[in-house]
Write a protein that binds this ligand. Sequence first.
Ligand code: HEC
Length: 210
Amino acid sequence: MGELKDRVRILGFACTVFGSVLLINGASPSLLIAQSKAGNPCAAKNPCAAKNPCAGKNPCAAKAVDPKLITRPAGTELVAGQQAELVKLGELLWKDTKLSTNGLSCETCHRGNASFSPSFAQPYPHPVAMVAEKAGLKQIHMDEMVQICMVVPMASKPLPWNSKELASLTAYVGRVQKGFAAEQTKKPAASNPCAPRNPCAPKNPCTPKK
Ligand code: HEC
């Protein structure tokens, strides 16, 4: 049902966009068709073409990732900077939906330490289920974890390895990790073995809100 609603919304949006094009141009339909062939950006990016608008958001949707895309190339290092400044910029990026192509931000899934598995409390590099499943890698570094979340749940591209953005997000993730690790030691997993840790269950952004 949620999917259907999304489709209807997207269709409505497409009509609005197309309608405004009509208004702006005031052109005859035949001219419009000619234009759409020539290079109307709305034609190429027809949002109605997307099969399931939710598929990209679902981190569990089966989609393999080229491990090279998320592995830091040998010899490259994150941009150095003042830690406090990086963390500050990283926090802004963490909440920025413009980083994704599906309207999500890192914060959407990870607010209040949601969607993290206990593995996150371990020092990097370490194994992560999503990474093994999507990219076939046995373990991952923190900056690379940012990159796989950019590619898979954010349905976007990895950030340039030498960008301030990647350095900042990674710095901020470091701070989030500290908070998460502290929270984990405060309430040991054993205290609530039933706590849902399945990232696909309750936090799935595609799950329709009642
Ligand atoms: C659609 C939801 C979603 C979005 C959006 C998302 N993530 Fe994640 N992220 C997950 C899930 C699910 C996991 C758990 C993966 C696992 O443990 O197998 C995860 C795990 C992580 C981890 C911890 C991995 C570990 O070491 O255990 C980090 C760090 C992370 N994400 C960073 C980010 C960043 C940075 C962004 C934004 C660029 C982001 N995430 C956006 C769903 C999301």
